[in-house]
Ligand binder design. Structure first.
Ligand SMILES: *Cc1c(COP(=O)(O)O)cnc(C)c1O
Length: 398
């Protein structure tokens, strides 16, 4: 057998769909990939995986690309899990780690989703993809598309960070700015896909970006010696990271690879200026409403409506976590504090997580000794607009 996928499954109603053909969504909602976990348990052990190269493709059996197909890769994955004692002390905690995704290709964790989705699209014969982006997904799609020889169309809000605009152009995508938000960009892709023969690569509108992002959960399990932390904070836009991580934990539990089946509490962190998931969570709803007048410097979180809303909210609730907001004013302060205490290049999205973590600690909802992981999903260097400064010009003493 050259892969372990049994079938695809519609997330909204459980409909079974065949693997090996091109799929978008089902009933307007995302699709899960399901594996023969019993066969995987017989085929490979965690010790064998530990000996493989440090790339997310080490979890090959738990990924959809057939084993004899070469992935479209830029060497992504196995990002460092950095212990942060100085930042921990500042926050009144003892055990804090940052999973540093800023070091991945294109400077964000979006490369995880794209290596998987572009590899699958190429294998399935796709020639042309299109996607809306809040910034980093467009850059990653352009890079992996270039490597695969695909034609890539990207639509982004007109005020997307300039580095994100630059990278899409540099990697040869046909990229456009749009007067509107990411959902308006998404509508352009949806409305013109048939005419333009685009395969829609929007977040969760094809099944495989999620599988790539799932590897964040596999990696922290492996890096913690197959014992999960107590608390995870994750900045949430479209939600693939959070949904993917929860899926990874369930698969590991079923595989029997975890030393304890105690699951981490997942905290979804959003900016106060764009918080559809936190709002739905507070109201006890399973589906979120479009968040009006979305604005935040944490551009990756500027996603006013998410097709996977119910998947995010189900995962948070099943884990015993919450969806909360961090303040806009705190973004540059947390970028500096984190950077000065640990030398890590914190993106604005993760600054929001640090603000939420400070709130949780103050309320006693995260205990000082709990093992806490914060995901740093991107590199600060990509956000000139969110963190501006000018160095003083040196003048020698008279
Ligand atoms: C896309 C993005 C997010 C949001 O990720 P999702 O998994 O889609 O919710 C967070 N941070 C950064 C830097 C991003 O680029």
């Amino acid at each position: 057998m050259n892969h372990y996928v049994t079938h695809l499954e519609a997330a909204i109603d459980g409909t079974r769909l065949p693997f090996g053909q091109l799929h978008g969504m089902h009933a307007g909602r995302p699709i899960w990939v399901r594996y023969d976990l019993e066969a995987i348990r017989k085929a490979v052990t965690p010790d064998e995986i530990a000996k493989r190269p440090p790339s997310l493709w080490r979890y090959r059996e738990l990924l959809p690309l057939p084993m004899d197909v070469e992935p479209v890769s830029l060497g992504e994955g196995m990002s460092p899990l950095l212990n942060c004692p100085r930042l921990a002390e500042h926050l009144g905690l003892k055990n804090l780690w940052v999973k540093d995704e800023s070091q991945l290709p294109t400077g964000s964790f979006k490369s995880r989703g794209m290596t998987a989705a572009v590899s699958m699209a190429k294998w399935l014969g796709v020639k042309r993809i299109a996607l809306p982006t809040a910034g980093n997904a467009g850059g990653a799609a352009a890079a992996y598309g270039a490597r695969a020889g695909l034609e890539v169309y990207v639509f982004m809000p007109a005020d997307t960070p300039s580095i994100n605009q630059m990278e899409t152009a540099m990697f040869g995508a046909k990229a456009f700015r749009v007067n509107g938000l990411i959902n308006d960009c998404g509508k352009i892709v949806k409305d013109r896909s048939a005419e333009m023969q685009w395969f829609d690569f929007s977040t969760l509108k094809e099944p495989y970006r999620l599988e790539g992002k799932k590897t964040m959960g596999l990696e922290i399990a492996e890096q913690f010696g197959w014992e999960l932390p107590d608390v995870i904070l994750y900045p949430t836009g479209g939600g693939t990271g959070l949904i993917g991580m929860w899926k990874a934990f369930q698969e590991l539990k079923e595989l029997g690879w975890l030393k304890s089946n105690q699951m981490p509490r997942l905290y979804s962190c959003q900016a106060e200026g764009c918080a559809p998931i936190a709002t739905a969570y507070a109201k006890g709803e399973r589906f979120a409403e479009l968040f009006p007048n979305a604005h935040t410097l944490a551009s990756g979180l500027r996603v006013p409506v998410a097709v996977g809303d119910f998947m995010i909210l189900d995962a948070i609730r099943a884990s015993g976590g919450q969806a909360l907001t961090g303040s806009e004013d705190s973004i540059s302060r947390w970028m500096s504090t984190g950077g000065q205490l640990e030398g890590i290049s914190f993106c604005p999205e993760t600054a929001i997580c640090l603000d939420v973590l400070a709130q949780l600690q103050a309320r006693g909802e995260v205990k000082p000794k709990e093992r806490v992981v914060v995901f740093n999903t991107g590199a600060a260097q990509k956000y000139q607009e969110a963190y501006s400064f000018e160095l003083p010009l040196y003048s020698p003493p008279a």
